[in-house]
Design a protein around this ligand. Structure first.
Ligand code: ZN
Length: 293
């Protein structure tokens, strides 16, 4: 599928039926601001995992719920990034929750959202008027998830805390932003080494289907590709640090990083920031946490 002339691909949403009362809605090309939703149905009640950036984006989720005569009972935001929870307001009937530290980070972010239109200029006008519905902080392990689904919580990986949902019977992994597929990941609030460790554990689950936070529904190969990218980036940063590089050399180090096939992923400029995160971890000079400025 080719991008339309002039740059960005339309933010079109597509339903993917994963069987056994599970479906995902893939959001456009998975680029900046375009994250996916997954729904676990339990009779007439639904658990909605991530709600995208804007309420209008999750319209296909609501339409499918209506078609199946189901109501959202629970909205789960996997982590602290607004492109996974900005659509919460479209489900006023449901309780909205997130891992406690993620909910706290979102609460801080919501105090001043003026950076959002600058961060995601493609959606600037809509973000300026967006009313955020913040999730309640919870321990994800206590959530009532259908189909024997298991909450898997990872700290300091893609972000401060990331929730993945594992369906062992279907071997479906709802990875949130622990997996990007065909899109360069972004570790600005996380840890490169921690993310590699999280991917080791997700790969060990041996999923058949992976719903990434961004990009098309895929298989375990996307977890392997992402781990390879992060390991290569970490090795580049490690070697540079051994040769005396500091975090302030991130741009130059990033230019020496060969992303291999990952060089063809969307949003390739993110690698420079990821190198900065890795150098910060290695040299003890981390990026300050908080909303991007
Ligand atoms: Zn994220």
């Amino acid at each position: 599928m080719s991008a339309p002339a002039g740059g960005r691909t339309a933010d079109r949403q597509r339903l993917v039926d994963l069987g056994d009362e599970v479906f995902a809605v893939v959001n456009g090309d998975g680029g900046m601001g375009l994250s996916n939703s997954t729904v676990l149905l339990d009779g007439g009640r639904a658990v909605v995992i991530d709600t995208m950036l804007l309420p209008r984006m999750n319209a296909p989720v609501r339409k499918e719920l209506q078609r199946r005569n189901a109501t959202a009972g629970l909205v789960v935001n996997t982590h602290q990034h607004v492109d996974h929870m900005g659509g919460n307001g479209a489900f006023p009937e449901a309780r909205a929750v997130a891992p406690a530290e993620a909910a706290r980070a979102l609460g801080l972010m919501a105090q001043d959202t003026s950076f959002l239109p600058r961060l995601m200029p493609a959606f600037a006008s809509e973000l300026a008027g967006l009313e955020l519905r913040l999730p309640e902080p919870v321990d994800p392990h206590t959530l009532p998830l259908p189909h024997g689904a298991e909450a898997r919580v990872f700290r300091n990986a893609h972000s401060i805390v990331d929730l993945a949902v594992w369906l062992p019977r279907q071997r479906v992994l709802v990875a949130g932003d622990l997996c990007f597929h065909g899109v360069t990941p972004l570790a600005v609030h996380g840890s490169i080494s921690g993310w590699i460790g999280a991917l080791d554990r997700l790969i060990a689950l041996d999923p058949a289907v992976v719903v990434p936070g961004h990009g098309e529904v895929t298989g375990p190969e996307a977890l392997h590709a992402l781990r390879d990218y992060l390991k290569g980036l970490w090795a580049t940063a490690r070697q540079a640090a051994d040769e005396g590089a500091t975090a302030s050399d991130a741009a130059a180090v990033a230019r020496s990083f060969d992303a291999g096939t990952a060089g063809g992923w969307r949003e390739p400029e993110r690698s420079a920031l990821n190198v900065r995160v890795a150098l910060g971890e290695i040299t003890g000079d981390p990026l300050p946490l908080g909303p991007p400025r």
